[in-house]
Design a protein around this ligand. Sequence first.
Ligand code: BES
Ligand code: MN
Ligand code: ZN
Length: 494
Amino acid sequence: MAKVKLTSKVDSEVLVVGLAISNKKLQIESGSSQIDSASLLATLNAMGATGKADEVIKLPGKNTKLVVFTGLGEIKSAFDPENLRRAAGAAARDLNGNKSATFSLPHKSVVELAAIAEGAALGAYNFTEFLGSSKQDQKEPLSQVSVISKFADTAQAKAAAKRAEIIAEQTYLVRDLINTPPSHLTPDSFSQQLKKLSTKYGVKAEILNDAALKKGGYGGIIGVGQGSANPPRLLHVSYSPAKAKKRYAFVGKGITFDTGGLALKPANGMEAMKSDMSGAAAVIAAVFAIAQLKLPIAIDGWAPLAENMVSDNATRPSDVITIYGGKTVEVLNPDAEGRLVLADALVKAAEVGKKAGGLDGIIDVATLTGAQVVALGTRTSAVMTNNDEFSNQFLKAAEIAGESFWPMPLPVELRASLDSPVADLANIGDRMGGMLVAGIFLKEFIDPQTPWLHLDIAGPAYNEKSAHGYTPVGGTGIALRSLVQLAELASSQS
Ligand code: BES
Ligand code: MN
Ligand code: ZN
């Protein structure tokens, strides 16, 4: 885990500065540190440097072993925080093998400083747990990032540095969980591991095992999990500060592997379905981060966990299951499993929230549909809602956090396509608008009075292409930062 330090002078052997473009010319942006710009610029120009985002160039330095130039793109009067976050992250990602680096990037406020610290910490990640004989060849990521700032001595800057460490720590947890192969991450091991961590963060945790789920009437989680030798679980973590201003429930899809069940997915690409628990990882880690930040917001995190497998016990197309609370669902397609486990957990989360005095909002996070990826690609996630005010508040949080989310509708006309001749509803409807149909399915399990958001992160959760900015290949950690930011916005409201 990268430690974040604030400093007023270069305190390591590696100095990271920005390289921007102004009127088609390269310009070094080294924040408050002075460097020999003229000679370095001549070298950079001779090398054909562009200053574009994700370009990282390392040169030998005069006072440091290395000077690292990270692309900031077109120069602006102030650089947008996400631009700085990505530039810091791209440099950090390229510095494996170095113990520490000092980042001197332009910023005019603590908000921008916070983005630099966060980006650097988020970039200093790699996943080597399952390397065997090649592990020794691996270079460790940065263990410390220092950020040069004129705000270094202020309380706000210190809080921002601490916060960056927390965000990085919990994002690493989400990424690690996603990257862990399903041979080593089952519903049981996921829930055990996170229950253990709950103690560390002072968060309560409870696990319902398969026997308890059967007895309790969780037909969605049981139905999806019954084809697997690794039985399902429901993990519930709960952070309840004294004098909480608001209470939210976060519910994350936790399919530790999605084969599609009897609607078996093609072999090509199925390996990516180890990431089908990204929502569960994000919501539980968000609860941990909110607890570490001691925000005055009560949060219940719910992770319905199951492995969607093929066997003689697997759910058959046409089976009818009963979701927690009594609604019945005809399972026409066992590959539309996420909505089934989420339905159980959403109903339960609302019930528990009601007992605690009512929920101010309920948010589910899920790698739910391939249609999300078709509609918005791999870098933008979708938000669906029954409450535009809550959705706008979330979109504002996501914008601040530097995560790309886009609002999507829930057209009522699509509801009829989920009608079933034998049950209350079917688990699939119109193929066209599949992301929205999935949202409409979930809406059936939401109390209309409770503000609700459905986040479909199918594309952005798992990066199958190449690394960029602070985002590595594999699990990304998407949604965590927006959820934490939402709780922070709610904390600062009267
Ligand atoms: N986990 C998948 C969705 C998914 C696809 C996530 C690609 C990440 C990348 C989900 O369980 C699924 O299989 N959805 C089906 C639903 C369909 C059967 C209605 C889909 O999108 O094809
Ligand atoms: Mn599926
Ligand atoms: Zn799935």
